[in-house]
Design a protein around this ligand. Structure first.
Ligand code: SF4
Ligand code: SF4
Length: 389
């Protein structure tokens, strides 16, 4: 019987768009070399695609045209053989503009399917971040930092070739490493040979571990009920967000400051790769973060400090850039956090403990950049990643 294959690439919108497109396109072309038929396409939870907001690309391949047509009679696949996650912070879940809350990274995986993650984290850490699934699946890690290869800049660190080499290893029925290498050479006249070497290395190194049902993050993913069309109000009206209110300091009961009311449905817990952490002892209460934050994230606390509300933060980093005090606001990788609790409340309850947590979080933050933070950084990163890869 003819078989249908589905692969999804989960990526950060815009920042990793070209990377995702390269992967899905090469999957279809490599499978085509073995007589299969396929199509690759993008699918956004958001329209238009936005910086950093999770998005998906798909490659659908079949042994014959009829099976492909049947498989394409849906907007997007209900289940996939392989999920490729090119940014490990998305293991915490996928939450884009128009979706109904938080989607586990492994949600579409068939029983026994494979989650391939580009990451420097350990398997244990990635499993702990990913939501539990009722059926077993496999995890493969392609070693490397999240590659920001998007619309505006393309970082040619071979993440696409390395991920594709891993796909050839975990799903050899889809395409062989030989067909992949022929595709990479044919599609990349100048760099094809090097890409083929990276794909081979990844193919040789890729191993999988089985994640058992019940292993992983036990949290029930955030969701909300969408009204049926019969339940919707008449006319087109977008309700305004309600006024905010004064805050209460739980440690001493004082009220004051200001907490804006926020959108009840669009939470931004997983739309970011990094979040700001605030060293409240350094804060001079200048208000700049509060004014400049494009998402009105900061609550003014009763004691006049500024607390970033993690339900509203998209991780853009404007607050870190604008804060005039050195190391007062620092962007830290999302993988360092297991909850979205208020930093200010933690600080008010136990300032020394907060300070020591803060220093650890800042010290251990992994590099996340396009490679253009200083002159020469790109070359350094490419050399390191291609050598390690
Ligand atoms: S990173 Fe800072 S400026 Fe950007 S949304 Fe979050 S709190 Fe606001
Ligand atoms: S910009 Fe920095 S110093 Fe100014 S209020 Fe915000 S955290 Fe405090």
């Amino acid at each position: 019987m003819a078989r249908l294959y589905a692969v999804e690439v989960v990526y950060r919108g815009i920042f990793q768009k070209t990377l995702a497109k390269n992967i899905t396109r090469a999957i279809v072309l490599a499978a085509h070399r073995e007589g299969k038929h396929g199509i690759s396409f993008g699918r956004y939870g958001d329209s238009p695609e936005r910086n950093g907001i999770p998005a998906k690309g798909f490659a659908i391949v079949a042994d014959d045209e009829l099976t492909l047509e049947e498989g394409m009679a849906k907007y997007e696949p209900k289940e996939v053989d392989v999920t490729i996650c090119v940014d490990d912070t998305l293991c915490k879940g996928v939450e884009s503009w128009a979706w109904y809350g938080l989607q586990p990274i492994n949600r579409l995986l068939k029983p026994g399917g494979t989650l391939i993650v580009s990451s420097l984290e350990t398997p244990e850490r990635l499993i702990a971040m990913s939501h539990r699934k009722e059926t077993p699946y496999r995890l493969a890690i392609v070693k490397g930092a999240a590659s920001f290869s998007g619309l505006w800049v393309y970082k040619d660190d071979h993440t696409d070739a390395r991920v594709l080499g891993a796909v050839a290893r975990v799903l050899p029925e889809l395409f062989s490493i030989g067909s992949l290498q022929e595709t990479l050479r044919a599609e990349n006249k100048k760099t094809g040979d090097l890409l083929a070497v990276s794909a081979q290395k990844s193919f040789d190194r890729t191993t999988t571990i089985t994640v058992a049902p019940g292993q992983g993050n036990a949290e029930v993913p955030y969701s909300f009920e969408m009204p049926k069309w019969t339940e919707m109000r008449e006319g087109i009206a977008i309700p305004a967000i309600a006024h905010g209110h004064q805050m209460t300091d739980e440690t001493n009961g004082a009220t004051g400051g200001f907490q804006p009311a926020r959108n009840a449905t669009f939470k931004k817990y997983l739309t970011r790769t990094m979040r700001p952490v605030v060293d409240f002892e350094k804060c001079i209460k200048c208000t700049l973060c509060w004014i400049a934050c494009p998402d009105s994230v900061f609550d003014v606390t009763p004691d006049g400090l500024y607390d970033a509300n993690m339900a509203a933060c998209c991780g853009c980093g404007v607050c870190e850039a604008i804060c005039p005090v050195e190391k007062c606001v620092t962007m830290v990788n999302e993988t360092a956090f297991t909850d979205n609790a208020s930093q200010w409340e933690a600080f008010r309850k136990d300032a020394p403990a907060y300070k020591s947590w803060l220093l650890t979080a800042i010290e251990n933050r992994p590099e996340r950049s396009h490679g253009f933070r200083y002159r020469g950084q790109y070359e350094e990163q490419i050399k390191q990643e291609v050598t390690n890869g």
